[in-house]
Design a protein around this ligand. Structure first.
Ligand SMILES: [Zn+2]
Length: 139
C-alpha cells in the first residue's frame, strides 16, 4: 500500500526506455541517464538531449537536491487524488543537474520554500511500481 498517497491508481506505465528507471525506484535507487560525453539528464530518453548520443548508461543519483519550483494542489488534479489534497507538486533540481517533477511529502504546504534542501523517499505504491517523492533533507 502507498505511504504518501491514498490511491494506487493512476500509475506510470513503463516503456522500454523508462523501464530501467522504474526498476531502480523499485530497489529504492534513483537512476539517471548519462551519455558518453558526460551529460546527465532526466526524463529517460533514447538519445542525449544535448549531443544526441545514443551511447547511454544509467547512473545512480545521490537523491539530494533543492526545490526549484512548486505549486500547491488544493483541488485534486484528477478525481483519483481527491483524498490527497492539499499536496505539493514540486520541481526538484537534483545535485547532478537534471530537474524532476515530483511530490513533496513530510512538510506542511505553508513551510515550503524555494531552495530548500530535499532528499528522495520512495513510496512502494504497488508490487510493480515505486514512486520517488521528496522530503526536506535530514528529516
Ligand atoms: Zn550528451
Amino acid at each position: 500500500m502507498p505511504k504518501y498517497r491514498t490511491t494506487t491508481e493512476p500509475l506510470p506505465v513503463p516503456t522500454p526506455v523508462t523501464q530501467p528507471f522504474w526498476d531502480g525506484t523499485r530497489e529504492h535507487r534513483l537512476l539517471l541517464q548519462r551519455c558518453d560525453a558526460g551529460h546527465v539528464f532526466f526524463y529517460p530518453r533514447s538519445h542525449c538531449p544535448r549531443c544526441l548520443s545514443n551511447r547511454l548508461e544509467w547512473v545512480e543519483a545521490s537523491g539530494r537536491g533543492t526545490l526549484y519550483s512548486y505549486t500547491i494542489a488544493r483541488r485534486p488534479t484528477s478525481p483519483d487524488f481527491e483524498q490527497d489534497v492539499p499536496f505539493v507538486i514540486a520541481v526538484v533540481e537534483l545535485e547532478e543537474g537534471p530537474r524532476m517533477t515530483s511530490r513533496l511529502v513530510e512538510v506542511e504546504p505553508g513551510e515550503v520554500r524555494i531552495g530548500m534542501r530535499l532528499e528522495v523517499v520512495f513510496d512502494d505504491v504497488t508490487d510493480a511500481v515505486t514512486l520517488p517523492y521528496f522530503r526536506p533533507a535530514g528529516t
